[in-house]
Ligand binder design. Structure first.
Ligand SMILES: Nc1ncnc2c1ncn2[C@@H]1O[C@H](COP(=O)(O)OP(=O)(O)OP(=O)(O)O)[C@@H](O)[C@H]1O
Ligand SMILES: [Mg+2]
Length: 385
């Protein structure tokens, strides 16, 4: 009977649709935007914004958090703030976006027979029924804007609603400014554009920690393991991928009946999310590389997230002895390790002593690598013999 307590205690808080109350590492951006909106709306003026940033840089989370905070912040210039969020990814035409917006101000129009400006008139009537500052969030706005949208222009100009205002937030992973028509560009001057830098490893670790605190049983994951996940996601600065690995690793740990999430579970999760090493790639590796990888996978199986190059070399020497192979010189060992690093199979980092290096590998679960590599090295040996 398995008596290990669950690790994922609030799994729904890792779901992409969950909006955390606090966005760590985006406090400055959020505060800046909150202030700009509050100042402008308090004067009865709309504020338009173009928000860009790479995949998983927190754009959607940031604008949803901003909208929710403004909605709950009370009246500005006499009117409440109301947000209308549209994901334009699959609704990349002015009309379909407009129909969504109409629904949000509780008016419905048949899908045909109305021009865009007529629809906009009806939309403004809808707002007048419930006077407010409307914050229109158009997420994934790339294809909409690239299709020479008129909606962006019309929404950014329809400021005289008599009661309240309409502010526009465009969100995209690429800079949309060059695609805007000259008239719309004037609404998106420099203070109306914000580009989010990709998260670095330290930021990703903090984000993972804050989300693990929500979703996982206290004490079920170490900061070291969170850092391991952050290192995997850091090349793209993608928080979504980092959270997917966290969720996958927590599931893997539960399935294994473990008490906490370990390095091995992270490797397993990453392997299933992004199988970067194919068997074809493994076939193309030299016997030297295979040997070092096998030694590394065995070392990591026992040691956790990373090991030192000295320990790896000692285990590698032992492995060669075990296989009855010739010992490898220090230079060849290093060259092989560097080749593996170049191929993206291992990560080398200078250790604190300056002399020793930390070696880690996140590409595949150690157990799978061991099986594959033992097969290969074993086969190579019997072929040679
Ligand atoms: N600063 C943060 N603190 C906590 N969670 C965050 C933070 N930034 C992003 N996240 C989480 O990471 C995931 C990805 O963020 P989000 O969806 O906002 O990225 P995005 O920039 O919109 O990506 P895409 O370009 O793919 O749409 C979400 O689950 C979000 O809640
Ligand atoms: Mg997004």
């Amino acid at each position: 009977m398995n008596t290990v307590s669950p690790i994922l205690v609030r799994e729904e808080t890792l779901d992409p649709s969950y909006l955390p109350t606090r966005l760590v590492r985006r406090d400055i951006e959020l505060e800046l935007l909150r202030r700009r909106y509050r100042e402008s709306l308090a004067k009865g003026l709309p504020f338009h914004l173009l928000l860009t940033g790479g995949v998983g840089s927190g754009k959607t989370a940031l604008v949803r958090r901003l909208a929710s905070d403004l909605e709950r912040g009370g009246r500005l210039g006499g009117f409440p703030v109301k947000a209308a969020y549209v994901n334009c990814w699959r609704r990349a035409s002015d009309r379909t976006v407009m129909l969504d917006l109409l629904r949000m101000v509780q008016v419905s129009l048949p899908d045909r027979g109305y021009s865009l400006s007529e629809m906009l008139d009806v939309f403004e009537q809808g707002i007048r029924k419930n006077p407010s500052h409307l914050l229109v969030l158009l997420d994934e706005a790339s294809s909409l804007v690239r299709q020479e949208t008129k909606l962006v222009y019309l929404l950014s100009r329809s400021r005289e609603v008599e009661l309240g205002s309409i502010s526009l937030v465009l969100v995209a992973s690429e800079d949309l400014f060059p695609y805007l028509d000259p008239a719309s560009r004037s609404s998106f001057g420099v203070t109306h554009r914000l580009s989010l830098a990709p998260y670095d490893r330290a930021a990703l670790t903090d984000i993972l920690e804050s989300r693990a605190e929500l979703a996982l049983r206290p004490g079920s994951i170490d900061r070291e393991v969170l850092d391991q996940i952050a290192r995997i996601a850091a090349p793209n600065g993608d928080a979504r991928f980092a959270l997917e690995v966290l969720s996958g690793a927590a599931h893997a740990a539960e399935e294994a009946g473990a008490d906490s999430v370990g390095a091995e579970h992270v490797r397993r999760a990453k392997g299933s999310l992004l199988p970067t090493v194919s068997e074809t790639q493994l076939e193309s590796l030299s016997t030297n590389e295979l040997g070092v990888l096998l030694a590394l996978s065995r070392t990591l199986k026992r040691r956790g997230a990373s090991t030192t190059s000295q320990k790896l070399r000692a285990n590698h020497t032992a492995l060669l002895e075990e296989l009855g192979a010739d010992p490898m010189s220090r230079t060849t060992f290093w060259r092989t390790l560097k080749e593996l690093e170049r191929d993206g199979l291992v990560v080398l980092e200078m250790g604190s002593s300056g002399e020793s290096n930390n070696v880690s590998m996140d590409e595949l679960p150690a157990s799978l690598l061991t099986t594959l590599l033992e097969e290969r090295v074993g086969r190579g040996r019997s072929r040679k013999a």
